[in-house]
Ligand binder design. Structure first.
Ligand code: ATP
Ligand code: MG
Length: 342
């Protein structure tokens, strides 16, 4: 260990099903990187949650706040949704879903698709389940707040600077004039601080058609909660797989700096193949690559992402996407490719 070597402490939120195997893949890759990562484990598996109740979330929250950066593996939603509890406890304000064509996985497009979907993590239509006001009518409240709108927009512009792309703010602002109007106003305000970045506003319905017809016109997209939810799944569909995506959640301090960041693979716990050394770790390793970008290790982040895309393109892949490698063989391929790129 050289004296100038960086060292990071990353909280690892363990889960259920294939979570342990995904974590082993992450550790194997971490061992191959030119700096040290110390993993701080928190067991969010179903058994642990059953045994410890709220105390396990106290432990998770304390670790996430203390160390700032965490990786989360899939958890079974039994009594409660751990994702929902963590979102509330950590006050996540922004969710980022990178969606990019994976070479070698067939899409309907010749061009490479590379979208970064940045959404407000709260509000929209998801906060209020609504109520019946009489037998035939139900209402709900839809809330849009300025602070997360500004935070999401700033995050979007910083990301666009990093990858040299445009920013599109989208919602239904011609109909939801007050709520979505407030969101657009916040995004427009942030855009004035980034005059070098191309910015445009699009109605959400037009944007959906636009992405399907000409995806190359879209880079970073920022939007309220529910639109981002719909759009992420559609975008994963365009690149051919929901299971290969990753997600990042961020909360911010009063200065607008990232406070707690959590990176996780989008897929589920895959109980049917758990413990069989078959799981595809691509989404977990993409989450790890995004985490490496966040902590400032850009070279390793790019090398890992490139290793994943390069291996899959070369046909070195797991069975779920038509290959013949098991989890540990695929992980070894990624380690070798990452090392040779660094
Ligand atoms: P959960 O409730 O956690 O979503 P689930 O039973 O719905 O669990 P999923 O994880 O959603 O299962 O998986 C759906 C299908 O996709 C399963 O057949 C599973 O084996 C497969 N699958 C999911 N993730 C992976 C993975 N990482 N590698 C290989 N196959 C996977
Ligand atoms: Mg599922």
């Amino acid at each position: 260990l050289g004296p100038s070597m960086n060292r990071y402490s990353i909280v690892e939120l363990h889960g259920d099903g294939i979570a342990r195997e995904l974590s082993q893949a992450v550790h194997t890759v971490a061992d191959a990187l030119p700096f040290e990562i110390e993993f701080i484990p928190v067991d969010l598996s179903d058994e642990s949650r059953e045994a410890k109740g709220d105390a396990i979330y106290d432990e998770a929250e304390a670790a996430m706040r203390r160390y700032g950066t965490s990786l989360k593996y899939p958890t079974a939603t039994t009594k409660e949704s751990p994702n929902r509890v963590l979102r509330e406890r950590c006050n996540f304000a922004v969710i980022h879903r990178p969606v990019a064509t994976i070479p070698g996985i067939q899409t309907h497009y010749n061009e490479r698709i590379h979208l970064d979907i940045v959404r407000i993590a709260t509000g929209g239509t998801y906060e209020d389940a609504g109520r019946r006001i009489n037998r035939d009518t139900a209402v709900s409240i839809r809330a849009i707040e300025r602070r997360p709108s500004v935070l999401a927009s700033r995050f979007a512009f910083r990301l666009a600077q990093l990858r040299d792309s445009n920013v599109i703010a989208t919602s239904k602002y011609t109909i939801q004039k007050a709520t979505d109007g407030l969101f657009q106003e916040a995004a427009r305000g942030v855009a004035r601080d980034y005059p070098a970045t191309e910015f445009r506003e699009e109605l959400f319905d037009a944007l959906l058609a636009g992405i399907i017809m000409r995806p190359e016109r879209y880079g970073v997209i920022v939007c309220p909660n529910e639109y981002g939810d719909f759009l992420s799944d559609m975008a994963y569909g365009l690149i051919g797989s929901i299971g290969l995506g990753d997600s990042a959640s961020y909360s911010f301090d009063s200065q607008g700096q990232v406070d707690v960041a959590m990176f996780d693979p989008a897929g589920g716990t895959a109980p049917d193949i758990a413990g069989q050394n078959k799981a595809n770790p691509t989404a977990a390793l993409l989450a790890m690559a995004n985490m490496l970008r966040h902590i400032g290790e850009h070279d390793s982040s790019k090398a890992l992402r490139g290793a994943l895309f390069g291996a899959i393109e070369a046909g070195e892949k797991t069975a779920d996407i038509g290959g013949s490698l098991n989890l540990s063989e695929f992980t070894q391929v990624i380690v070798d490719r990452t090392k040779s790129a660094l």
